[in-house]
Design a binder for this molecule. Structure first.
Ligand code: GCO
Length: 456
């Protein structure tokens, strides 16, 4: 393998709770369970049961991680599994499941990296208003504290939120994701309260003894395809990226966002003293990098990629997103160099904070024959992105690790089982796991690294 991954650069894989766990009966209800029951919400009608049946196949999945030889495993805790009502009593069986997961990782020498919120909000809290309601931020902090108290000594790294942009704008503006609301003003309040919840949770996690606390964003470089689209591209960049970076930097809601989203909200939810909470120092920042967004004049003939649509950006002027080939099955442009643009955004806004790529991967064409499952485009995608990332590192970006998305084929949210990101195939009917060629490739990369020198 001619990819020279430096010693100490962490390599792992990532998953999320609702996408893989199943065992819906063993936990409280989540907003995604409610959403999945709406006709048409998930293209193929999939629900959270059985997903990858991960809860019942935990031992097998831990062995797969051991076989791959990853340094770290990024998973998310299902809030309704450990705290079924969203507040108050913890579920012993829910905690027991994550105890077995975390301990199983440690036994195999794999670092547990836990995300506390990867979009599955307890239904009780969604019904009470969800993230547009300020109270949800405080409930999140209580939940984070409880997790910190239970797992502090064993979890290596914590993320509060995964991609708050998706929760806020796919959930409450476009309505493509749970809870399926289409209220632009509420989506801006959701974005704000998510980062408030993050800041409160960071403090409470530290109080509970947790170390290495951070957050994972999906910063997407926005490219204007012509000078007349510069202002529109700036609006998209503002709602996609800068609103979150500004809040985390303690700068509040910028005048630019207030202007470009005028008329959608009176910003009555903003309080001056929240700034300090939101900018509570973090130990690391994660970025999920998949693609870029190119902004061009509106043209009705343009084909929309999944997740590239003006309805997701409150206050968006008319425009088209025009990804350039090669595209993945999601319709996302493949542009490995874009990872550096994303890292630059992060390090310009939040200088001095170590960076991790917490997700990167592709839904691509696969073929199966007697010799295996062949997904050469995926291996190439991963390799090209790791290479681009290491180049960025050589230029001075303080990037410390990379997680491939995803260990398993899983429930790709509103796309159900129709889009596959796994290194390992999961047969949705039987649950059988089969490593694809890309899993063998990644395993070889992991084992080809020179060993760490012994500690003296
Ligand atoms: C996200 C999520 C993942 C997705 C993946 C592919 O980034 O949207 O974190 O849960 O499955 O990104 O779309």
């Amino acid at each position: 393998m001619d990819l020279d991954v430096p010693r100490g650069f962490e390599l792992g894989v990532a998953t999320s709770s609702w996408q893989i766990e199943g065992d819906v009966a063993g936990r409280g209800r989540a907003n995604w369970d409610d959403f999945a029951e709406r006709p048409g919400a998930i293209v193929d009608g999939s629900t959270g049961e059985p997903a990858c049946d991960h809860v019942h196949r935990l031992a097998e999945d831990l062995d797969l991680l051991g076989w791959l030889g990853v340094d770290a495993y990024r998973f998310s805790v299902s809030w309704p599994r450990v705290m079924p009502e969203g507040t108050g009593a913890l579920s012993p069986s829910g905690l027991d499941f994550y105890d077995r997961l975390v301990d199983g990782l440690l036994e195999r020498g794999i670092k547990p990296a836990a995300t506390l919120f990867h979009w599955d909000l307890p239904s009780t809290l969604e019904d009470a208003g969800g993230w547009p309601a300020r109270d949800t931020a405080y409930r999140f902090a209580d939940y984070a504290h409880a997790m910190g108290e239970h797992f502090a000594g064993r979890v290596d790294r914590w993320a509060t939120l995964n991609e708050p942009w998706c929760s806020a704008f796919l959930g409450y503006c476009a309505g493509y994701f749970a809870p399926g609301r289409t209220e632009p003003g509420a989506s801006l309040a959701a974005a704000y309260h998510l980062i408030l919840g993050h800041g409160l949770a960071i403090e409470r996690l530290r109080d509970a003894g947790a170390r290495n606390v951070g957050i994972v964003l999906n910063l997407i470089p926005v490219i204007s395809e012509s000078p007349e689209m510069d202002a529109a591209a700036r609006h998209v960049d503002g709602v996609q990226n800068r609103i979150f970076l500004d809040l985390l930097a303690g700068d509040g809601i910028s005048d630019e966002i207030r202007t470009s989203c005028r008329g959608l909200t009176d910003w009555g939810f903003v309080r001056d003293d929240d700034r300090a909470v939101m900018s509570t120092p973090i130990d690391w920042l994660g970025e999920n990098y998949y693609t870029v967004m190119r902004v061009a004049p509106l043209s009705p003939t343009d084909v929309h990629a999944i997740g590239q649509d003006v309805s997701m950006f409150p206050g968006c002027p008319p425009l088209s997103f025009v990804p350039r080939p090669p595209l993945t099955d999601m319709g996302w442009e493949i542009l490995p160099e874009g990872v550096e643009l994303a890292l630059r955004m992060a390090s310009d806004s939040l200088p001095g904070i170590p960076l991790w790529i917490c997700e990167n991967g592709a839904a691509v064409h696969e073929s199966t024959d007697a010799t295996g499952i062949h997904d050469p485009i995926r291996s190439e995608y991963l390799e090209d992105h790791i290479r681009a990332l290491l180049r960025a590192r050589d230029k001075g970006f303080d990037v410390r690790g990379y997680y491939a998305w995803s260990l398993l084929d899983n429930l790709e949210w509103a796309s159900g089982w129709t889009k596959k990101f796994g290194l390992v195939r999961v047969d949705p009917a039987t649950g059988t796991r089969t490593p694809k060629d890309s899993a063998h490739w990644y395993r070889e990369l992991l084992s080809s690294r020179s060993p760490e020198p012994p500690r003296s």
